[in-house]
Design a protein around this ligand. Sequence first.
Ligand code: SF4
Length: 173
Amino acid sequence: MSALDVSIQAQIINLLEQLQKEFSLTYLFIAHDLAVVRHISDRIAVMYLGSIVEVSPAAELYANPLHPYTISLLSAVPIPDPEIERARKPLLLPGDIPSPANPPPACRFHTRCPFIQPTLCREDVPLLRELEPGHLVACHWAEQIKAGEIKPQEIEAVFVEAESVRGWEPPPV
Ligand code: SF4
């Protein structure tokens, strides 16, 4: 879809919507374009490194993101109002995405999370929990982040060495 120009994308989305109404279809739509995702979805699952970190009705997710990764993604969406856009502060993530073949332990997002805490984040896998009806999030600290009790901080990206690299030696010449 991203390889197509915008007008062709719009035509395809309109066609998908038309077919959906006509045949009562359900789609699983995988995309990176947040504007298209918002337009086409009733319910959204956000993934990071192959794990679902948040599930929510579409309007609720955009109005009230709960997972730090979702908060960061949505903070980068441009707003078509120059004054709001100038005042907007995107929540930037440090470093690169780790290898999905060897994801960080416990919370997979902990190596880049601006809300990381000294306990739990590096120790336990956060499970999806329902914080509001139909709105699930996999973060140990989602309630405190939502309440503004935990603020984002500037952090250094953590490099997690891949298992396959440890102990690796070049073959004999
Ligand atoms: S569990 Fe910790 S590291 Fe993971 S998203 Fe929540 S605050 Fe960030």
